[in-house]
Design a protein around this ligand. Structure first.
Ligand SMILES: Cc1cc2nc3c(=O)[nH]c(=O)nc-3n(C[C@H](O)[C@H](O)[C@H](O)COP(=O)(O)O)c2cc1C
Length: 273
């Protein structure tokens, strides 16, 4: 089932795979051997930690992995990526190439998940025309709710009212900020950590998107709209047994930021014992 294979020509019997296995199910029995297939997390640490690319698992060829030595960015580059990322609220009308969207998602799906469940579903709007139709539907529906006095009370209602006003008076799209694409993460509610997994996946997507020149914005306003427009939820195709994480609009930015913002220092609470 796991297709755990040790290439005896390459294995140097270092035992790193056994030491690093989080489930503790690899033993050095001469060469490494898995003792309990059911307990395997399928995390591929054995494949990643083997110095000689001698372990294959789940049908994955270690030679297909990217070598880490010499290929990692400098810490300062990663820090600039994190500090330089902005919520983008101005987009070009052009759609992104579908291959680029796939590539970003295929990186984002490497984000950690509780117990390595890897069950996050990436629901994506790939065409700007589709998101514009969804936007038009939501604007009309929110407008009806507003007129009928049926928007929720409190903060959500105030924001949703502002979305309608901005759309009607200026044609300004506060819902998706004019982005052509939308990503919604969800995960089966019975996985160990659906809320955390879906948020981490989006945070990871956001960074790889930015590294590729793609702008993103966490879309809390769409989440508010979704809560009052159940017919939209029905049409997204997300399985009923899923917990929705969050939504993120994305696309080619029509704005360029020239420097990082300056935040911090971090609020730190040091534990003493
Ligand atoms: C959970 C969450 C929801 C958000 N919802 C929206 C939103 O609906 N619309 C929007 O324009 N920005 C939204 N933002 C973006 C924040 O306003 C933004 O992160 C903050 O102002 C800091 O700016 P920066 O992301 O450029 O650093 C959201 C951010 C988070 C984390």
């Amino acid at each position: 089932m796991l297709a755990f294979h040790v290439d005896e020509e390459r294995c140097v019997l270092c035992g790193e795979c056994a030491l690093d296995c989080p489930a503790g199910i690899i033993v050095m029995d001469g060469y490494p051997r898995i003792t309990d297939q059911e307990a395997c997390l399928q995390c591929q640490h054995c494949l990643a930690v083997c110095p000689g690319a001698g372990i294959s698992i789940l049908g994955r060829d270690p030679e297909e992995s990217t070598l880490l030595a010499g290929n990692l960015p400098e810490p300062a580059q990663v820090a600039t990526l994190i500090k330089g990322r902005r919520s983008v609220r101005r987009y070009r009308e052009r759609d992104l190439a579908p291959e680029l969207i796939d590539e970003l998602l295929n990186v984002a799906c490497h984000a950690p998940t509780g117990v390595n469940a890897r069950s996050v579903l990436f629901t994506v709007v790939r065409e700007g025309a589709v998101l514009r139709r969804l936007r038009d539907h939501l604007m009309a529906r929110l407008g009806q709710l507003k007129e009928a006095g049926e928007l929720p009370a409190g903060l959500a209602g105030r924001y949703l009212g502002r979305i309608v006003n901005a759309w009607r008076s200026e044609g300004r799209d506060m819902l998706f900020r004019g982005a052509p694409h939308l990503l919604i993460t969800s995960a089966p509610s019975d996985t160990p950590c659906p809320v955390q997994d879906t948020h981490i996946a989006l945070a990871t997507f956001q960074l790889i998107a930015y590294a590729n020149g793609v702008g993103t914005v966490w879309d809390g306003l769409f989440m508010m709209a979704l809560a009052v427009c159940p017919e939209v939820m029905d049409r997204l195709g997300i399985p009923d047994n899923h917990t929705i994480g969050y939504a993120m609009a994305f696309g080619e930015p029509a704005v360029e930021y020239h420097r990082t913002v300056q935040r911090g220092p971090a609020q730190v609470n040091v534990v003493r014992w």
